[in-house]
Ligand binder design. Structure first.
Ligand code: NDP
Ligand code: HSE
Length: 430
């Protein structure tokens, strides 16, 4: 029976310092829950000379990964330094050295997760990654364990804290995009390269992880349709409000007999929809199961202590397995062949904002493009735009296929009376 469990902490930034705090502050409770204390043995950082606000002794800090790999008192490595290749290699080496791994790294898990999980099994080690999706919300364990009895049919949610924070600040405090992004970065929510957040890639990685787990088939990053915040034009947030909607960066995944569709994009939610009022860095995900129906998971999606809570829970799970001698005993194979839907098979309602010449008959001529493509319209409104000489035409469709949506936009782009397709959104949850 082990007398103590040793942790190697790889990274001491927003998340790593939070993990150290949680382990220190909750030490008594954790020792009670596990029966043995959990101790940080070494901490890997890039810059040994950086000033750090911590009680941990300076001699624990090192800039050499080998110091951790070769330390036999370290049982579990906690990878919270981020990025792709160095992190992948560090996880691989830790597993090869027979150490359990906990990571918050969605970049690595979305692309190399499967191979690493197989390697972990082969080496009799655990590899846990709860914090890679949803910050402090226990989503992965819920899908793996809590909902293991069900067949998940869809996911819909807000899974990037930074973009949700930005959109909230822009809508409710009239901050500019740049001001809100700066604030999100200062609060430690944004990735080292925030283009991953605002461009939708961070959320796409998370959706690939969640969809693979939910549908028991391999959903690759390339299978996720991604549109980032750059698709949101000036005036769209206000226009959405006028029509009773709120713009959110949302992730969605659906599976039916035709296949799987997964997307990350700015979406219109009716203001009464619960996801419309998920604000700041908070995340929320609806999970629909064939038997359970609709469930919703809500909580802080980024930030030091919330994320550290998920990381530390993974440490507890790995410690329990270590004490029972049952590490690396999970099944990581997929039950189903990967099958993705075509654009003809995807369907949604859409909101189109088109800049047109302000002339008689334009509305009828453009509406005809929709009918020609079999795209049924629910609402057509001409919206004067005082900032420009032309007008905005707003088209809201009934449910149409994604192919019809794209075909209509293509024809609109080349119509002589159209000055530009300003923006377009999928409408969810009407
Ligand atoms: P930070 O940039 O705040 O911290 C990174 C830490 O890792 C720093 O201590 C840095 O050292 C160290 N580091 C970076 N690269 C290396 C390297 N090559 N070798 C040694 N040390 C290195 O990142 P976060 O804490 O925000 O994020 C860490 C991970 O957690 C990422 O994968 C991120 O996606 C994920 N995550 C982050 C969340 C958040 O809210 N921030 C939420 C959920 C997941 P030094 O201090 O010397 O610079
Ligand atoms: N940058 C990420 C976000 C951190 O804003 O959601 C949490 O994964």
């Amino acid at each position: 029976m082990k007398k103590e469990i040793g942790i190697g902490l790889l990274g001491f930034g927003t998340v790593g310092s939070g993990v150290a705090s949680v382990l220190q502050q909750h030490q008594e409770d954790l020792t009670y829950k596990l029966g043995v204390p959990v101790k940080i043995r070494r901490v890997l950082v890039r810059n040994l000379h950086k000033e750090r606000n911590t009680d941990l002794p300076q001699e624990l800090f090192t800039d050499s990964l080998d110091d951790l790999l070769n330390d036999e008192s370290i049982d579990i490595m906690v990878e919270v330094f981020g990025g792709m290749e160095e992190a992948r290699v560090a996880i691989e080496q830790a597993l090869q050295a027979g150490k359990g791994v906990v990571t918050a790294n969605k970049d690595v898990m979305a692309v190399h997760g499967r191979d690493l999980l197989v390697l972990a099994d082969r080496n009799g080690c655990d590899l846990f990654y709860e914090a890679s999706v949803g910050g402090g919300i226990p989503l992965i364990r819920t899908l793996e364990d809590g909902l293991a009895s069900d067949r998940i049919t869809s996911l819909l949610g807000i899974i990037n804290g930074t973009t949700n924070f930005i959109l909230t600040k822009m809508k409710h405090e009239k901050k500019t995009y740049a001001e809100a992004l700066e604030e999100a970065t200062a609060l430690g929510f944004a990735e080292a390269d925030p283009t991953a957040d605002v461009g939708g890639i961070d959320a796409a990685r998370k959706m690939a992880i969640l969809a693979s787990l939910s549908f028991s088939e391999e959903v690759q990053l390339d299978d996720v349709y991604v549109r980032g915040m750059e698709a949101i034009e000036d005036g769209d947030l206000e226009l959405a409000e006028q029509f009773g909607y709120t713009v959110k960066m949302a992730g969605s995944a659906k599976k039916d007999e035709q296949g799987v569709e997964v997307a990350v994009e700015p979406v219109f939610f009716p203001n009464a929809h619960p996801l419309a009022s998920v604000n700041n860095e908070f995340n929320a995900v609806y999970v629909r199961g064939a038997a359970v129906g609709e469930t919703m998971f809500y909580g802080p999606g980024a930030g030091s202590l919330p994320t550290a809570t998920s990381v530390t829970s993974d440490i507890v799970a790995a410690c329990r397995n270590l004490l029972l001698g049952v590490n690396g005993k999970r099944v990581h194979s997929y039950q189903y062949e990967r099958k993705t839907k075509t654009d003809e098979q995807k369907s949604a309602r859409y909101f189109h904002r088109i800049a047109v010449r302000d002339e008689i008959g334009v509305l009828a001529r453009l509406s005809a493009i929709y009918s020609k493509n079999g795209a049924s319209l629910a609402t057509v409104i001409q919206h004067p735009n005082p900032a420009r000489e032309d007008a905005d035409l707003i088209f809201i469709t009934h449910t149409i296929s994604r192919k019809q949506h794209l075909d209509v936009l293509e024809e609109l782009t080349t119509a002589p009376e159209v000055n530009g397709v300003l923006s377009h959104y999928r409408i969810e949850g009407d």
